[in-house]
Design a protein around this ligand. Sequence first.
Ligand code: FAD
Ligand code: NAD
Length: 406
Amino acid sequence: MKRPTILVLGAGYGGLMTVTNLQKKLGVNEAEIVLINKNSYHYESTWLHEAAAGTLEPNEVRYEIKDVIDQSKVNFIQAEVTKIDVDEKVVLSTAGEHTYDYLVIALGFEGETFGIPGLEEHAFSIANVLAARRIRDHIEYQFSTWATEQEGERDDSRLTFVVGGAGFTGIEFLGELGNQVPVWCDAYDVPREKVRVICVEAAPMVLPGFDPELVDYAVAQLESKGIEFSIGTPLVEATEEGVKIKTGEEEFEFIETKTVVWAAGVRGNRLIEETNIESARARVRVEPDLRAPGREDVFIVGDCAFMINEAENRPYPPTAQIAMQQGQQCAANIASLLAKKPTTAFVPDLKGSVCSLGSDDAIGVVFGKKVTGGTASFMKKMVDNRALFMVGGLGLTMKKGKFDLL
Ligand code: FAD
Ligand code: NAD
């Protein structure tokens, strides 16, 4: 009898957790597990701000998928998915056509530009490891170019860096930049006072909705590293010369810059919008057991899935923490279906959140307790190491883990 095929799209947190849990739960004869991912490697999306700011080598952020899967059980195909047809039960990729009995869509996030003019063309997004590498190279190029321009003809806008959005991504990136700017100033003989790093936030506060005391701590720490904040001033346009921000009812300001890093929100993968599954911003409101509505054979995990936290009557945020837990539940539910047992509803087990402010500082709420500084930074590294451990065990953790504060 033909084994059922489980086709997993994407080897981010959600996809890899699904696959590594499936390979533990199922014997070779029980199912054929196929994993498709664009690259041969997985990258830690939660470390991308470090690669983008140049505080961590981009290669440190990634590891080979073959190192964490059991190749006797999982057929890994390196290819880009180009179309998902859930009616015909077929997926197209650059490697060909793939059929399935169960499909898991775990294709992750993309930056959301909300249709703001000029952003697609003129802003960078910390969307994947190659994009992060490009941001780092671009910023360093601005330093080296300014430094070698003729005195009197220098373009100072090269040394103005705008970060759009003071959510977790924006703040974590600013924390790294705050540490890295002095390194580049030193390397390229650039006076620190020539460099401006400006964070533009639409909401009336940094990290909207987060604990105000922790937010004050974060802002003070970042300001002490020379970061400027423009709060309550949405970015409304980006051009080749800079960005326009709305500073009042009818008032606007233009900031000249060659570097806009857009960190003002995420959406799901655009391929979702080309399927016959209903979505909003490419995120699908999944059933409690993580299946797409009305689809018995399609699971969606990670940032492409959308769930409401009923207790707080608001959506769960798209996070790695949730993506990983969904991957575990998705694997358990597929194993149940193969064993003709009922599926189980996904219930997130939220342990808190920690936002880094550079490699040496952070803020967070962990198990309901507020933490700052070295303690919070240590916890952030533990969270990062735990994610490695959950996917690749001790071997991967020892190879890629963060142990500089232990
Ligand atoms: P992803 O991790 O985005 O993985 C998707 C995978 O699909 C990738 O491997 C990608 O290459 C692949 N893929 C995409 N398109 C295709 C295609 N067409 N064909 C084939 N493969 C494809 N969350 C936390 O909980 N804690 C944190 O500290 C944290 N820090 C963050 C820091 C930054 C800078 C950012 C940007 C996000 C952070 N997040 C954090 C959020 C977290 O990274 C995401 O929620 C998480 O990555 C979502 O996991 P995922 O599996 O859905 O997708
Ligand atoms: P976000 O949606 O959390 O924050 C985006 C920010 O951009 C908001 O503060 C918003 O007000 C602002 N913004 C929106 N439009 C704007 C405009 N026109 N001009 C200026 N500012 C504008 O997005 P994010 O920070 O990318 O985070 C995405 C997800 O990843 C979240 O779920 C977050 O929790 C998660 N994440 C977690 C961590 C962590 O746990 N350490 C780190 C990074 C990201």
